[in-house]
Write a protein that binds this ligand. Structure first.
Ligand code: COA
Length: 202
């Protein structure tokens, strides 16, 4: 398995990356910000992504988004192809994009929003802390990305204060200690949020 900083030589993988992200969201039944192949190609062009390849076969991907004039970066679009899951690949991809983010944007706070326990676990281990949305970027372009998520109505209903996703932040100034996530507590929090925010749809 090769995990490398992606370049224009990986353009041919843009479509499969988008398809794998969209298919996984369908299977999980969760919301997701939609990505187009053009958007992915821009990331490859700018050297703001890592790709995992098994020979020539696409295995995983993640990219960097820059917000608020480089005050914040997000590591987004994490995807591991179903054939390569549960082997620690997401962990390696995340560690690689986290390192790239710190090299390219050493002053930036690194953040993400997620509904997924695996991602929470990985972020915790990298030193992220769970935070309220008010700690994240207020760049409207970032929040616009949520418009294609099926839970967007929740975000608007709460004036962008909270949603099904949990916000997580790594602040290079505080260098938070690495911890492990409490999976039980996270699942409980998620189910409370779902019963609070999704009640009206049932
Ligand atoms: C989420 C995803 C990236 C995980 O990829 P992966 O390569 O299977 O993950 P890893 O093998 O590196 O596992 C990382 C950690 O998450 C845990 N984990 C993996 N899948 C899990 C699941 N379905 N439920 C609970 N925990 C899970 C692993 O046990 C591991 O924790 P550990 O270190 O305590 O053992 C992959 O399932 C995926 O692409 N899903 C669809 C897209 C997605 O959800 N992206 C995240 C959007 S925020």
């Amino acid at each position: 398995m090769n995990i490398v900083v992606a370049t224009t030589s990986h353009f041919k993988y843009a479509q499969i990356i988008c398809d794998t992200i969209a298919d996984s969201a369908k299977v999980r039944g969760t919301g997701i910000a939609k990505r187009t192949p053009e958007y992915i190609r821009k990331k490859l062009e700018n050297g703001n992504a890592v790709i995992a390849l098994d020979g020539d076969t696409f295995s995983g991907f993640c990219y960097i988004e820059v917000w608020g004039h480089e005050k914040y970066v997000a590591n987004s679009g994490l995807i591991v192809h179903p054939d390569y899951r549960s082997q620690g690949l997401a962990k390696k991809i995340k560690a690689s994009i986290f390192k790239l983010s710190q090299e390219k944007f050493p002053e930036a706070k690194i953040f993400g929003i997620t509904t997924g326990l695996p991602v929470m676990k990985i972020n915790y281990e990298l030193g992220y802390k769970p935070v309220t949305f008010s700690e994240l970027t207020d760049d409207p372009e970032f929040w616009k990305g949520c418009q294609t998520c099926k839970n967007f109505d929740v975000l608007t209903r709460t004036d962008q204060k909270m949603c099904l996703c949990t916000g997580m932040l790594f602040d290079p100034a505080t260098k938070s200690k690495k911890k492990t996530v409490n999976g039980k507590a996270f699942k409980r929090l998620k189910s409370i949020k779902e019963s609070l925010f999704l009640k009206k749809r049932k």
